[in-house]
Design a protein around this ligand. Structure first.
Ligand SMILES: [Zn+2]
Ligand SMILES: [Zn+2]
Length: 355
């Protein structure tokens, strides 16, 4: 076979399933036959706005594939194993590469599967410079293909938790209970923190969050004042020049101006805010609250994929019911339109075409 079917981003609101050339393998590359690939919130951002992708990009970064071929310099794997991962090519020259902070190399995304490099919404995907344990992760046999395709977003939730280190006495607020928010709920439950509050506008996602272990869910559209509703749970948090709520840690998975400001209201003085959701435009925030509350704000970029696989294999998080729609690869155009129009839906999966 000299070509493969792939989902190509053409521009906002437009993806096309096309035949593209089969990738050629270098000595350090591997080829995976894709078994399942998720349509991520960031893929939908791209579809909506054109952000993060150039026209002709093959999309898809949350996947599970079966190893079908690999170059002579790749060790520690065999054909038939399942794996997930990403292509890497750090520049090796910049400030961050010099300081071994490779995930911050400004050239990383130029070389990342589904961003600069061809993604996994295709029959086959190539992983460049594959090193087991670094950018290639073998999928444990007990996981289904779809579960393994969720290790990347789960790893993002676990990275958000690693960045904020909540402890057993903490009250956590999770803003937005989509896939990542749901996984954060499950991750902080595992610690376990003292109390988990979720704010979410979708009734279906609220139910998923409660099933996942949230103690209290608040729908902002059903309360007269969201901050008051959170205060009624956490207590009122005083700070030097005003009042907010008393959350020890807040995760904003929605990434909107409003939710960033909500987060600054919910967090107690001396607490932490993690920004996980990607905004589509710049936000105006009340910076004085950050100062008066002495808040620590952290950005969350990336995923601890091996930890995601471990949590899945140990049964520490539940993924059942999170895949709400399945489409064959050739139906990708329909899949994107359906997921855009389905705010109640959680994760859409693209599966290989029936032969
Ligand atoms: Zn993603
Ligand atoms: Zn670099």
């Amino acid at each position: 076979m000299f070509w493969l079917k792939a989902v190509v981003f053409k521009g906002p609101g437009h993806v096309e399933v096309k035949h593209v050339d089969m990738p050629t393998l270098g000595p350090r590359d591997i080829l995976l036959k894709v078994k399942a690939v998720g349509i991520c919130g960031s893929d939908l951002h791209t579809y909506r706005t054109g952000l993060y992708a150039f026209p002709s990009q093959i999309m898809g970064h949350e996947f599970c594939g079966e190893i079908v071929n690999f170059g002579s310099e790749v060790g520690g794997i065999r054909v038939g194993q399942r794996a997930t991962g990403f292509s890497v090519a750090y520049c090796g020259q910049c400030f961050w590469c010099q300081h071994k902070q490779f995930r911050l190399c400004p050239h990383l995304f130029e070389n990342y599967t589904g961003y600069g490099r061809p993604g996994a919404m295709a029959e086959y995907v190539k992983i460049e410079n594959a090193v087991v344990g670094e950018n290639l992760f073998i999928v444990p046999p007990e996981l289904s293909d779809e579960e393994a395709a969720m290790a990347e977003p789960l790893g993002t939730a676990l990275y958000a938790i690693a960045r904020t280190k909540p402890t057993a006495g903490d009250v956590a607020v999770v803003i937005g209970a989509g896939m990542i928010g749901n996984f954060i709920v499950q991750g902080v439950k595992k610690i376990p923190v003292k109390q988990i509050i979720v704010t979410e506008v979708s009734a279906a996602k609220i139910q998923w969050a409660l099933d996942a272990g949230a103690d209290i869910a608040i729908n902002p559209r059903e309360v007269p004042d969201l901050l008051s509703a959170v205060q009624s749970v956490t207590g009122i948090g005083l700070h030097h020049f005003g009042t907010g709520a008393m959350a020890d840690v807040v995760y904003d998975t929605a990434g909107a101006e409003e939710t960033f400001n909500d987060a600054l209201g919910f967090v107690r003085a001396g607490g932490k805010v993690a920004l996980v959701g990607l905004p589509e435009s710049p936000s105006t925030v009340d910076v004085s609250q950050i100062i008066f509350k002495d808040v620590r704000i952290v950005g969350v970029l990336g995923s601890i994929i091996p930890r995601g696989l471990e949590y899945l294999a140990r049964g520490w998080v539940k993924t059942s019911n999170l895949v709400t729609a399945r489409f064959s690869l050739s139906e990708a155009d329909n899949a994107f339109r359906t997921m855009m129009d389905a705010p109640q839906g959680m994760r859409g999966m693209l599966l290989p075409d029936e032969n």
